[in-house]
Design a protein around this ligand. Structure first.
Ligand code: AP5
Ligand code: MG
Length: 214
């Protein structure tokens, strides 16, 4: 099962991907997480990506496409995967379609998590991320058991560098301009499923499982 998570920054792509991983036992590939890991490790890729990310802009396509296509070759992707945050532009989607076509395969589901910008802005103010393992929480909606501490690994919870309100607004603008056209791209391919992102964690997860099937 090959799945793409579409949706604006903060719509919950990473959160819902986690539920899919547990239920369907396929890995998530989040380009945002890969970049953040590279920034933490101080790699060349991380150095190149950081400026764009902190400014709320997209990292150039040429730094993203090969990285993902190579990752899909790994053994753990044999039974499928969830792409979270990729593709994000039409050229990225075309590169993915072409790479998969070469292998005689394609994406099965494109899930678009729909939310209004204002609801996203309100929600992003509460996002907290573990500095050690990357687990995501929400200060009010999905809180950790002990304030400021990750349930999973005991690491400290932080606010992501690009979650400042001004940067969130910039990211939403970039989303509408460059990423939202993917909705039509995948509708045309006949694999688009729209999911109301306002249903609450359980409601959205259930809707997604209904679409993906058992
Ligand atoms: P990336 O890390 O992908 O960020 P994003 O798309 O902006 O999405 P987010 O991770 O911010 O949000 P999300 O939808 O995963 O929401 P979450 O589950 O956390 O990318 C970061 C940057 O990297 C980009 O800006 C770009 O520069 C670069 N980049 C990455 N991929 C790229 C690519 N392909 N091309 C070019 N550049 C790329 O949820 C948000 C919050 O809401 C959390 O606090 C969560 O706990 C809470 N929440 C979620 N669901 C619910 C619910 N149902 N009820 C209540 N609260 C909820
Ligand atoms: Mg995410």
């Amino acid at each position: 099962m090959k799945i793409i998570m579409l949706g604006a920054p903060g719509a919950g792509k990473g959160t819902y991907a986690k539920g899919i991983v547990e239920k369907y036992k396929i890995p998530t590939i989040s380009t945002g997480d890969i970049f953040r890991q590279n920034i933490k490790e101080g790699t060349e890729l991380g150095k190149k990506a950081k400026g764009y990310m902190d400014a709320g802009e997209l990292v150039p396509d040429e730094l993203v496409c090969d990285l993902v296509v190579d990752r899909l070759e790994k053994d753990d992707c044999k039974n499928g995967y969830i792409l979270d945050g990729f593709p994000r532009t039409i050229p990225q989607a075309e590169a993915l379609t072409a790479a998969l076509k070469e292998k005689g395969t394609g994406i099965d589901f494109a899930l678009d998590i729909e939310m209004e910008d204002q609801a996203i802005i309100d929600r992003m103010a509460g996002r907290r991320v573990c500095a050690k393992c990357g687990e995501t929480y929400h200060a009010v909606n999905i809180p950790p058991k002990a304030e400021g501490i990750c349930d999973k690994c005991g690491g400290n919870l932080e606010i992501r560098d690009d979650d400042q309100p001004e940067t969130v607004k910039k990211r939403l603008g970039v989303y509408h301009e460059q990423t939202a056209p993917l909705i039509e791209y995948y509708r045309t391919q006949g694999i688009l499923h729209e999911v109301d992102g306002n249903l609450g964690l359980k409601g959205v997860n259930n809707k997604i499982y209904e679409i993906l099937g058992e």
